[in-house]
Every structure is written in structure tokens, then in C-alpha cells.
Design a binder for this molecule. Structure first.
Ligand code: NAD
Length: 511
């Protein structure tokens, strides 16, 4: 069964749980809705079905959220909002195990990796707790004689967060927490492949004290997203997903007059210099490429080996791959689980085959594992002599495939990265401060690592890519995210003393 199977409605007599949207605190599953299957990627079994929210349901959710925003959440004091987010933190921690189980069962990642996602999700929430300072605005007394100016930050209204399958909790929590802290109502549209963590998160958001109508979950895919993008009551869109969909969301959302941030896909290059610490570098690349089965936007997709680094690097990585424990994410000691869907498994296997036909060398072949294990498995794969113009270089694979590209110089490596359409992450492994500094200053990527394979920044910094990895200028977290979810109001005041002269006819005479 492919991961995208669509029914008009659940089969008659279906015993598989139907997962509905959460609107106004109530679960809503329209029996006539489009329904898609949720799989356990480790077994290939269907574990649930998701009822997609039709445009009328989107309209109802926006209406309820708008009322709740105007009457309650927008009016909540800074102190109350802070208390709600602190309660949410406690509730999340109390449900840590449940989140890990849901992520393992619907996404397939290992329990340790799912717990890592939980920890990074919580880090994001912690960084948002600075909002009483981050949202302070500014003021300047006596900008002109008798005139003061102050600027305050205000929520936008109802915003939507459209989130990908690969971080079922972390991304809905990151963007949702910033949006709520800024005083917005939120409608999350999670990936229908991993719906349950988003639903549990919403339930906890309500228990923490956000009015149920002010935080909803709308399940669905393209048509639900388009209904949100077109709805006049939605003020802003925070999207994370693949580049083609990000481009669509950005264009359609902007055309509808919304503020849009749309984070896209990636093809992250990791440059390996001959002077690197080879065992450390090989271990880092293995972790970056095969962790989460390569399904991270910051996954190490390409090792760009400079000069004589290539042969030793290839040997060191190939030697480590057999030790990676691949299997169902819930098995103790598992390090790498399956990919998300049968469709994804086939796409990855086909891409490796196409690479082979295009002259790329398959050094370690993960394809046979697809036959050996049930579920959607592909083993860790290492390719060599990858080059631009081959499908495995040009396309985002989003699976456990690391390609080695060979170049002669650091300058050539940087030029290669800068010519690539994506610009999410890029790293260098070297013992040279000079090489690292040149790389850091001249590489075109939003998140840069020095001897770090997955350079996702600490959450109080701006997180986000460049070029085709992000449309719209704002980060998911950090100062830019606070700005994205607020609008400034600048107030100029004068309290004239008795008998003061009024304003003259010329522009701005007081200032
Ligand atoms: P996706 O683009 O298929 O889906 C993302 C969201 O968009 C989901 O909610 C999905 O239901 C919805 N969607 C799918 N097709 C749509 C369409 N035609 N129109 C409107 N909405 C649609 O992405 P995915 O497969 O869920 O996630 C993996 C992708 O996300 C990878 O490309 C990865 O690099 C990227 N990603 C990027 C970042 C980042 O910060 N840049 C972070 C995580 C993941």
C-alpha cells in the first residue's frame, strides 16, 4: 500500500481509528470527507485514517478562532500568556513518553531520535519564554520639543502553521509557541502522515489555558492548505516542507495578501578537508547522513571531499555503516528506522538506480534491505563520484543516502555549493581556522557548521535557510520569528501645555 492512499470515506465496517480535526476543542471527522491512511512505517500496517478538513470546515475553524482571538486570547495579559506557556511546558514533560511512542509509531524514527526531537521541541519553547523581553517594542521621549514616540508590537490575528512529516511535534510546537506567545490564534495543518502528535499537542495547549477555539488542528493536504491560503480571515502562514510546495504556498499566500514564511527543502553539502580529524569526521558524517534515516532538512546529503581526503573518507564511512543498527524504531538499541512511506522507499531506490545508470558508484548498497524487512526500509547507502547533472546530486533524496563528490580545492567546493539552488545548511570539517573562516564568510547557506554535521542553531538564534530553502525572510525561531508573528504600531504623542501654538501648515514642523 502506498503512503498516499486516498478513499472518499472510510471503508464500511472499518475498525481502524478515524482521526478527526480539532475545531473549537471538539473532534470533527466529516464522514463524507477524503480520508487517507496512516501507516506504521516499520511494519507497513495501517494504524489509523485521517479525515481531511473540507473548505467549509476550514471556514468554521477560522470563524471560531477569530472570535476567540478577539474576545479572549488577544486580551490575555503578558503575565497570563507566560503562565500558560509554563503550564504547557510542564504538561509536555509529563507526556514525553507518549509523544515518543506516537512519533516512533507514525514517523518510524528510533525512540532515541524521537526523544531527541522532544528535547529540541522543548528547547524551542524555552527560547519563546523570552517573549516578555522580545516583544517590548521601543520608545523615545522628546524626539522633538514636547513630542514622544513609542512603538508597540501587536498580534496579527488568526495564523496557520503548515507542518511537514519529519518532525511531527517539534515544528508544530516551535511555530505554534511563538505565534501564541505573540498573542495570535493558531490553526495547525500537520502532515496527514503523522497526525497524532499534533493532536496531542493541541490537547495540551488547551489544558494549559489557551481557549480551545484559539488553537485548532485541521487535517488534510493540498485542498485544506489552499482553503487556508485563500481564506481572508487568515493573517499569516508559517509553512515548512518541500521546495515545490513552499513555492506554491508562498505565491498563493502572498497573492491573497498574507504574510508568509515558507521553509523549503535542502541539499546540504559537507566539505571535508584533507587536514580534518578523519575518524571524528567520518563518525559525524555517518550520524548526519543516516540519523533519522536521512529525513531531516539538515541531513548530510553530500560529502564534498577536497583533494586527497576522498579515498580515506570513503573507506572510513564504508567501514562504519555495517555497525548501524537498522530496524523498527521501538526496538532497543535501534539507530535507524524505516522511511516514511512505501512511495518514499520506491523513490529512493529508483534514484539510487538512476545514479548507477548515470555513472555514480554504489559503494554500500542499502536497497537489498527493502526485500529483507517488512515495512518501508532502505539501508544506509554510500555513493561515490556523485556530480552535478546526476539525479542523486540534483534532487533532494530525503533518505539514508550519502553521496561523495570529489573536488580539488576548497574554492571549488564553495563554488559548487553556491551554484546549488538550495541553501539550507553547509558544513566544513577541517583543522584550519583560515579554511573555516573563508568557508563561513563566503558560503551561501543560512545555517553553517564548522566540524558540526547538522548545524541547526541554538533556538534563540534565527533558524532558516537561504535561496530555494526558504521563501520570505523570517526565521522559524529567534528574533525574526517574533517579528514575523507581530505587527508594529507606532504612536506619536504631544500633550500641549496650555497656550501652546498649534501645528503649522508645513510638513512635520514639530520634528
Ligand atoms: P511536503 O512539502 O510534502 O508537505 C509539507 C506540508 O504541506 C504538509 O502539511 C502537507 O500536507 C502539505 N502539502 C503537501 N502537498 C501540498 C500541496 N500540493 N499543496 C499544499 N500543501 C501541500 O513535505 P514533507 O514531505 O511533509 O516534509 C519533507 C520536506 O520538508 C523535505 O523537503 C524537507 O527538506 C523539508 N523540511 C524543511 C525544513 C526547513 O526548515 N527548511 C524543516 C523540515 C523539513
Amino acid at each position: 500500500m502506498a503512503g498516499t492512499e486516498v478513499h472518499a470515506s472510510p471503508p464500511p465496517g472499518d475498525s481502524v481509528p478515524l482521526i478527526g480535526s480539532l475545531i473549537g476543542g471538539k473532534t470533527v471527522a466529516d464522514p463524507a470527507a477524503t480520508v487517507t491512511d496512516v501507516f506504521d512505517p516499520a511494519t507497513g500496517e495501517v494504524t489509523g485514517r485521517v479525515a481531511h478538513a473540507a473548505p467549509e470546515l476550514v471556514g468554521e475553524a477560522v470563524r471560531l478562532a477569530t472570535d476567540a482571538w478577539r474576545t479572549a486570547w488577544r486580551e490575555a495579559s503578558q503575565k497570563d500568556r507566560f503562565a500558560v506557556l509554563m503550564r504547557l511546558r510542564e504538561l509536555l514533560l509529563a507526556h514525553r513518553g507518549q509523544f515518543v511512542d506516537l512519533i516512533v509509531s507514525e514517523h518510524g524514527k528510533s525512540a532515541a531520535d524521537a526523544d531527541g526531537e522532544f528535547a529540541r521541541a522543548l528547547d524551542g519553547l524555552d527560547s519563546v519564554l523570552s517573549f516578555p523581553v522580545s516583544l517590548q517594542g521601543g520608545s523615545f521621549g522628546q524626539v522633538a520639543s514636547g513630542i514622544d514616540v513609542r512603538s508597540t508590537l501587536h498580534p496579527l490575528g488568526v495564523v496557520t502553521t503548515i507542518t511537514p512529516f519529519n518532525f511531527p511535534l517539534m515544528i508544530p510546537l516551535w511555530s505554534g509557541a511563538v505565534a501564541l506567545a505573540c498573542g495570535n490564534a493558531v490553526l495547525n495543518k500537520p502532515s496527514p502522515k503523522v497526525p497524532s502528535a499534533a493532536v496531542l499537542l493541541a490537547e495540551l495547549v488547551h489544558r494549559a489555558g489557551v481557549p480551545a477555539e484559539a488553537y485548532g488542528v485541521l487535517h488534510g493536504d493540498a485542498s485544506t492548505v489552499d482553503a487556508l491560503l485563500d481564506h481572508r480571515g487568515v493573517a499569516a502562514v508559517s509553512f515548512v516542507g518541500s521546495t515545490p510546495v513552499a513555492e506554491h504556498v508562498y505565491a498563493r499566500g502572498c497573492t491573497a495578501g498574507k504574510r508568509v514564511q515558507a521553509m523549503g527543502g535542502a541539499k546540504n553539502h559537507l566539505v571535508v578537508m584533507p587536514d580534518c580529524d578523519l575518524p571524528f569526521t567520518a563518525a559525524s558524517l555517518v550520524a548526519g547522513a543516516y540519523g533519522s534515516t536521512g529525513q531531516r532538512c539538515m541531513a548530510a546529503a553530500l560529502a564534498v571531499a577536497v583533494g586527497e581526503a576522498a579515498d580515506a573518507l570513503r573507506e572510513a564511512i564504508a567501514a562504519r555503516i555495517p555497525a548501524i543498527k537498522v530496524g523498527p524504531g521501538r526496538e532497543p538499541g535501534c539507530e535507524m528506522g524505516p522511511v516514511i512511506s512505501r512511495e518514499s522507499q520506491r523513490r529512493i531506490i529508483d534514484l539510487i538506480g538512476q545514479g548507477e545508470r548515470e555513472g555514480v558508484e554504489v559503494v554500500v548498497d542499502g536497497r537489498p534491505l527493502a526485500e529483507e524487512l517488512h515495512g518501508f526500509f532502505v539501508g544506509p547507502t554510500l555513493l561515490d563520484h556523485v556530480r552535478p547533472g546526476t539525479a542523486v546530486y540534483d534532487r533532494e533524496i530525503f533518505g539514508p543516502v550519502l553521496g561523495i563528490v570529489r573536488v580539488d580545492t576548497l574554492q571549488e567546493a564553495i563554488a559548487l555549493i553556491n551554484a546549488n539552488p538550495y541553501g539550507n545548511g553547509a558544513s566544513i570539517f577541517t583543522g584550519s581556522g583560515g579554511a573555516a573562516r573563508l568557508f563561513e564568510r563566503t558560503v551561501d547557506a543560512g545555517m553553517v557548521g564548522v566540524n558540526i554535521p547538522v548545524p541547526v542553531p541554538v533556538n534563540s538564534f534565527t533558524t532558516g535557510g537561504w535561496k530555494a530553502s526558504a521563501f520570505g525572510a523570517h526565521g522559524l525561531l529567534g528574533p525574526e520569528a517574533f517579528r514575523f508573528f507581530t505587527r508594529a504600531k507606532t504612536v506619536t504623542t504631544r500633550w500641549p501645555q496650555t497656550g501652546a501654538a498649534g501645528m503649522g501648515m508645513a510638513f512635520n514642523p514639530g520634528i
